[in-house]
Design a binder for this molecule. Structure first.
Ligand SMILES: [Fe+2]
Length: 250
């Protein structure tokens, strides 16, 4: 009886060992499958990332080409859009870093004056001041620009800068007369960068002003033309940062 029960126990042990080995094999197979799956995912992710980077480079090249085409008409502004984009990004990274995660903000900065393609040379380069009709036509360039870019899906967010880059904090800007925080954040950071570049580059009617003078002018318009918080952020950025951009992009 004792011998029989011992044999039964041994049989059970053998069966359990076989079962254990079977489960170990299954577990090893599953682990292998998971490893292959993870490797596939890594490869897919790598390919997707490289495709996304390629797409992003193509978008940027397209936007730059469009921006250069607009600027090629004006010998004086040179690389104005590129410098403004660089100044604007420096300010935006400190003021609203969330805006700079995607390249849309930079697209908007680069294309802010794209609507000027529709403004006749006679008005755009008129050496004397514009009459009322000419000024009315000129002031349509943000709306025309927004219409141009709004049909392009990857430029959807850039439209805000293009349409609102001449709005003023006190509500006296154009085309919509937006006031304060109703003006898109991207456009508020842009206007400080735009004036900074306009003042620190040569113009047909005056030589470039110093950075110190430009700072004083921008501060004197804090709360009227500009969002005071953007001006504060602008004030906290060292001269060297802007000077380096001005030297590199000319
Ligand atoms: Fe403009």
């Amino acid at each position: 009886m004792a011998v029989q029960s011992e044999i039964g126990l041994i049989d059970e042990l053998v069966r359990l060992r076989a079962e254990l080995r079977r489960r170990e094999r299954e577990a090893a197979d599953k682990e292998l499958q998971l490893q292959r799956y993870a490797a596939d995912l890594r490869e897919t992710f790598k390919q997707e990332r490289s495709r996304a980077q390629e797409l992003r480079r193509s978008y940027m090249a397209t936007v730059r080409a469009l921006s250069n085409a607009v600027e090629a008409r004006d010998a004086y502004t040179g690389k104005h859009a590129e410098r403004v984009a660089a100044y604007g990004l420096v300010i935006a990274r400190k003021f609203a870093p969330e805006l700079t995660i995607t390249p849309e903000l930079e697209f908007g900065y680069l294309l802010h004056d794209v609507g000027k393609v529709a403004i006749p040379d006679a008005i755009l380069y008129k050496p004397s001041s514009l009459d009322d009709d000419e000024r009315a036509l000129m002031s349509r360039h943000p709306v025309i620009g927004a219409e141009i870019v709004s049909g392009i899906e990857f430029l959807a967010e850039a439209t805000e800068v293009v349409r609102s880059h001449h709005e003023r904090w006190d509500g006296t800007g154009y085309p919509d007369g937006l006031e304060g925080e109703d003006i898109p954040l991207a456009a508020r950071t842009f206007s400080v960068a735009d004036v900074l570049d306009a003042l620190t580059t040569d113009r047909p009617y005056r030589p470039a002003c110093s950075l110190g003078y430009a700072r004083a002018m921008i501060n004197s318009e804090s709360g009227t033309q500009f969002d005071p918080r953007v001006v504060e952020v602008f004030n906290s950025i060292d001269d060297e940062v802007f000077e380096r951009i001005a030297t590199e992009i000319r």
